[in-house]
Each structure stands twice: as C-alpha cells, then as structure tokens.
Design a binder for this molecule. Structure first.
Ligand code: ADP
Ligand code: MG
Length: 683
C-alpha cells in the first residue's frame, strides 16, 4: 500500500492487514484494539537482538541467538511423539534443530541438506549437544530475518513473530498526515512530525524514552484532541439561545433566612455563577464541584426556587431514591408552601405515579425529585427549565451531551459532583462545561480524625465503638470490597454482621448488594431514625446521603480503595457538630507507598488536595482511582509527568476559542484520537 495523505488506513479494520484473519482480530478486539490506530499504542516492552552474532563454538545456552548453519542429516523417528531432528554444523561445531509436531516434508523444505541457512532461536543443550527447538526464524536469505524483534506484552493466541509482522507492516504503510499543529507549537517538539514520531515510538532503542520530543509530541496530540472535543461541545451549547429566567431578590432572601446557618463564601459565589447563567440568554451547562459535605444541595435548591419563580419547572435527579427523598424533604421544609413539589418514587402507588405524571404535563407541579426514572419517555414536562443531576461523576462527556439535548433549548443544566480531580485533568474531564467550585467547608465542621489499625487489633476498635454507642453516636462499618466476586463481597458483610450482632445485639443493621432496593431504603431510613447504632455495609453508603448523627466510620481492608474513594467514604461522617472519626483497617503491615498514601488522608480533609497528592504518588499511567471515577484514560499522556503539556494545551484551546480558529485543520487529529462520532457533526 502506498502512502496516502489520509487517515482512513489507520481507522480500518484489522483484517485489512496481511496476516490478520478473523481469529487474530477477535483476540485483539477483546483487548479493545478495534482498528489499526489502536494497535499503534501498544508499545514494545523490550526487544530481542537477532543480529547475526555467533559461531556454534561461541553459543550461549539459554540465550536467543542467530547463526548460519548447514544441515547435514535428517533423523525422522518412526515413533509417534518423538520430535524430528536435523543435525547441522558450521565450521566450528555441531547443533541440532528439533521440531515437535512437524511433518517430514516441511522440515525437508525449510532445511535442505548441504545448503547454508540462517536460524534464530533459544539455544538449548541436550546430553552435551547444542540444540534449538522449533527455531523462531529459519531462512536461506538472512536479510529476511528481522535484526531486532520487539517484544510486546503479548495477547494469548498471537505469537511474537506474528505480532511483529503486523506492527512492521503498519509502520511501513503509515500515512503521512498533514501537520495540524502551528509552527510555533511544533518547534517546541523539535519539529517531529506525527508520522516520524510513531515510527520512533516503536523503535526498540526508544523504549521508555518518555522525555524525548517525539514522545511529548504524541502525548500533546492526545491531550489537545481531548480538550478540543470538549471545547467544541461547550461552544456549541453556548450558542443555544433560551428564554432567560428572571427572579426576585425577595424570594431568595426568604429561603436564606430559613436556614439555621449562613452560606459560606464559596456557596455564595457558586450561587452567583448559577444565577447569572440562569438569567442570561444562553443555555447553562455547569458543573458544581464541591467536596463531600461542602453544601451543594442548598445551592441547588435556592437556584431552583429562582427558576420556579420565573415560571419554569425543575427536575432534580439523584442516583438513589433515598437521596432523592432527602433532597425532597429538605425542599419541603425550605420552599414556600404554595410551591408544589413531588417525589416520584418507585414505591409510590400506581395511581399516585399517574397523578404526578399527569400534573407534570399540566404544569401543576413545579419541581420533581427522583432517580433516573424522572427522565422516562412517558414523562412529559409542560415547561421544564432546569435539570439538576446530583452525584453523577460517572457521567461521561457523551451522557452529559445527551442530557443537555434532552431538556430542550430552554432548559438549563447543573451537574453536581463530589469527586475532586487534579487540576491537570479538569479540562479533559469537564472541559465541555463551565465549572463552579466550592472549596470551603461550612465553618462549624470539625475535621474527621483518621486512624489506621491492623485487623488483629480489632478488640481496640470494638472498645472504641462501645464507647461511642454509649454516647448515642452511630457507626458505619464498611466491609472489605472484594472486587473479584460479588458473592464473596456479600459473604464478608454477612460474617461481619453476625460477629458484631453477637457483641451488640439488636443494634446492628446489614446492607449489601443483594438486598432489594426497597428493603435497602427501609434499612437506611431506620438507621437515619437511630433505630440501629451500627450499619454494616459494602460501599453502598458512598453516595451523597446525609446522616448527621453518624460520626464514626470503620473501613476494612482499606488498601483496596483508592484515596479519593476513602475520602468520599470518610465524608459520610462528621456532618454534625460532634467530633468524628474514621478508622482504616488493614490486614497486614503497610508498604512504604501505602503508608505515604494513608498519611495523605490523615493529614488532609481537603478532597482536591488529596487527589493531587494521590496522583503524584501513583506511577506512570497508574491512575486507577481516576479510571474508576469515569475519567478518560490517556494512551501516552500522563497528568503528572506531562503537566506542562496539559497547561500548554489549555492555553492553546483558549487561543483557538478566542481567535475563533476553524478547527478543520485538526480534523485528522480529532477523527483519529477521539470520540469521532461526537465530532462528526462539527468538522
Ligand atoms: P454535599 O455538598 O456533600 O452534597 P450537603 O449539601 O449534603 O453536602 O450538605 C451537607 C450538610 O451541610 C447538610 O446537613 C447541610 O444542611 C449542611 N450545610 C450546608 N451548607 C452549610 C453551611 N453554610 N453551614 C453549615 N452547614 C451547612
Ligand atoms: Mg450531595
């Protein structure tokens, strides 16, 4: 295939490659390699030097070596299962080639007697004789043997040889793409072109050459592509014109006066951002990001009231019913009585559901709370003006875009998330939205005290729990997360429940994934009403519920969780005025790195700081905690190592937005690197 200035080749199916059939394609598909482009990012880990080196007398046993030999004699045993053998020589010694599961004819063909042949493989020794078993390469033309074979982390079912053949074929056929970067940017990377960079990336001499220009260029491509897509979505949403919401200062004051606290500065600023957007003529698409317990709900409710007062309906969606109910109850308490709000619950009677649905359509309900059920097709809003989504940090760019389309042009959108992310990642994760951040915690909050304990010291923990219960406090007991098996997960929580129930009869409740939703809600409600002192659970309690009376959380097998996740769990306590504690339990002594991570948690109660520090401790490409939170996984770019590139891309995006650059010149970049379907309608 000749080089083309076009990227179609890269986006082609793997079967376009010589030597790749359906079977290989299926194997690679399972590894998320869907096209030729995807294969480019599976980098060689090490390489085998097959440069012709040895004479037989110099061979080293156990090492892969390449030699030129002359076959002298075949030994084809008549006994099944015995290998075929060929005695070979060079001027310095003897070696045997051994073939298992091979046909005579094949052996005769590849190793014709008395003709010089180059072979390559691992040198073995059998009864004092050198031998090579099933040589990797055999060829009469030594130039046909790749001098240097890259080693990729192989997928079962594909041999190293096949894999190298595939990659070399791709590298030979790489299209020369038109340069998408400006000259000044390219200069920073020493003018490395995309094409050259890819070739260098697979050059064994460059393994782990993260600091080189070609590597940085490729990382930058990736970052910019991700930022660009987000920026385009954002621009597109901003262009949507809507009827602006108008609202009264008085209603706002009324609700604020009902609170038994004053809003923090950050809450006020965020509310200001939101109100300004609601008030404007373009559609709002905003993220309210704030650490656990920073008080996002109240900001959402106050802004909702403004929307309602200007004649629109509001829908608030929460990930669980109990959370939806909690928001609903708070609104009921704070909103003026004449405002009609409803909770659409799966538990409600059918007639009740029907009434709510009908009244939403008749514009007789002003605000509805619920889970994703409130966005079913059969629910039609008369005049929806505001969608609030709570705790949906796992929503990706696509889902958010769908959501923003759903409400219609007049509908503003607010997402709330308690997952703080490191600064370098903000643009790639939330670049499609405007962002308000609540950093400050309410001033009455006490820091949660964090301890670590070995599991063998459980008696100390039990004594501590006894003391807390005596004082009327409540405890969350989070059981080890066993990712491999839901069944084990369940068992461990049941065992713990039984254990604790012996010590604290009738005071312990159990919650795990197998309990039906309705029962779950009931248990949580009973716990909320202090019917139980201890709630044993898997991580279900992670999401947003406010339990002001719970002030101890015990997390077993804490090393199974990412720091951000531990911080989220810890945030379930310490919402009241009492001193709260978090006890992290471990099976065995911690490694140095694990200790460092736990110290970060002990020393900080600030989610943003924790996520930054956590990221710094993780190795290259090891961003497990972030993957879990739905954050895009980069192929090469690393948010710590390449911080400068992230900042550079951020600057470039601002420039592109400001100068209104036509992004057509980035077409190939976007098509190749990113959500091509999202940008289909853009470039
Ligand atoms: P999150 O941001 O995690 O969703 P919530 O909105 O659930 O936090 O608020 C946590 C608790 O803090 C609630 O009980 C809420 O009433 C309270 N709260 C919110 N804002 C303030 C404030 N400014 N001062 C004191 N308490 C507040
Ligand atoms: Mg919340």
């Amino acid at each position: 295939m000749k080089n083309k200035n076009n990227y179609d080749y890269l986006l082609a199916d793997l079967t376009k490659l010589n030597g790749v059939g359906k079977k290989t394609m299926e194997i690679l598909k399972k590894k998320k390699v869907n096209n030729i482009f995807d294969l480019l990012w599976r980098l060689p880990k090490s390489y085998t030097d097959r440069t012709l080196v040895s004479k037989i007398c110099d061979l080293q046993i156990g090492v892969i070596q390449t030699i030129r030999i002359v076959p002298l004699k075949y030994q084809f045993p008549r006994v099944r299962n015995l290998p075929n053998r060929v005695n070979c020589i060079d001027e310095t010694g003897k070696i045997d080639c051994i073939f298992f599961n091979s046909h005579e004819g094949y052996v005769r063909k590849i190793l014709p007697l008395n003709e010089e042949v180059t072979i390559s493989g691992k040198i073995g020794n059998y009864k004092g004789r050198y031998q090579i078993t099933n040589p990797t390469y055999i060829s009469q033309d030594s130039s046909l043997i790749e001098n240097i074979d890259n080693k990729y982390s192989l997928t079962e079912g594909i041999t190293e040889k096949t894999y190298n053949k595939i990659i070399n074929q791709i590298l030979k056929n790489l299209p020369i793409l038109p340069e998408w970067h400006d000259k000044d940017i390219l200069k920073i990377f020493n003018n490395e072109s995309w094409n050259e960079s890819i070739i260098k990336l697979h050059d064994p001499k460059n393994i782990e050459n993260y600091k080189s220009d070609f590597y940085k260029r490729l990382a930058y491509d990736e970052i910019l592509a991700s930022f660009l897509v987000n920026s385009e979505i954002r621009k597109k949403i901003k262009k949507i014109k809507k009827i602006s919401k108008n609202f009264s200062e008085k209603a706002h004051k009324n609700i604020v006066n009902k609170l038994n606290f004053t809003l923090t500065n950050d809450q006020k600023i965020s509310l200001g951002d939101i109100n300004k957007d609601l008030n404007s003529k373009s559609k709002m698409f905003r993220l309210l990001q704030g650490d656990v317990g920073s008080g996002k709900t109240i900001v959402a409710l106050i802004s909702s009231l403004n929307v309602i007062n200007s004649g629109f309906q509001v829908a608030l969606m929460a990930p669980t019913e109990i959370l939806a109910r909690q928001h609903y109850t708070l609104a009921k308490k704070l909103f003026p009585k004449d405002i009609k709000i409803e909770l659409l619950s799966s538990k409600s009677e059918n007639s009740e559901k029907k009434r709510i649905i009908k009244n939403l359509e008749n514009n007789e309900i002003q605000m509805v709370f619920g889970t994703h059920a409130i966005f079913q097709k059969k629910i039609i809003f008369a005049n929806l003006g505001y969608i609030i989504i709570d705790e949906q940090h796992k929503f990706g760019v696509r889902q958010r875009k769908l959501l923003s389309d759903k409400g219609g042009d007049n509908c503003d959108v607010l997402l709330m998330s308690a997952t703080p992310i490191p600064r370098t990642l903000t643009m790639s994760v939330y670049g499609d939205m405007d962002v308000s951040i609540i950093k400050e915690k309410p001033s009455n909050r006490k820091e949660v005290k964090t301890y670590s304990k070995l599991e063998s010291k459980i008696d100390d923990v039990i004594n501590f729990v006894k003391k807390e219960i005596k004082e009327g406090n409540q405890i969350f007991w989070v059981c080890p997360l066993i990712e491999e098996s839901k069944k084990l997960d369940h068992q461990s929580s049941v065992t713990k429940y039984k254990f604790l129930n012996e010590i604290f009869p009738n005071k312990v409740a159990l919650l795990h994934g197998k309990i039906a939703n309705e029962e779950k809600e009931e248990i949580l409600n009973k716990f909320l009403n202090k019917k139980y002192s201890i709630l044993v659970s898997t991580t279900i309690i992670e999401v947003g519920i406010d339990f002001p009376n719970a002030n101890v959380i015990i997390i077993e097998n804490a090393n199974k969780f990412g720091l951000s996740q531990l911080h989220q769990l810890r945030g379930r306590v310490g919402r009241g005025t009492k001193q709260a504690s978090c006890i992290l339990m471990f099976k065995s002594n911690l490694s140095v790195n694990a200790k460092k991570r736990i110290n970060i948690l002990k020393n900080s109660n600030d989610g943003f700081e924790i996520s930054e520090e956590d990221m710094k401790l993780r190795g290259f490409g090891d961003l497990l905690g972030f993957k879990q939170s739905g954050i895009k996984n980069f192929r090469l770019a690393d948010p710590i190592q390449n911080e400068d590139l992230f900042l550079m891309a951020e600057k470039q995006i601002k420039k592109i937005e400001l100068e209104n650059t036509d992004i057509k010149k980035y077409k190939a970049l976007l098509k190749l690197y990113d959500q091509a379907d999202i940008i289909n309608d853009m470039v």
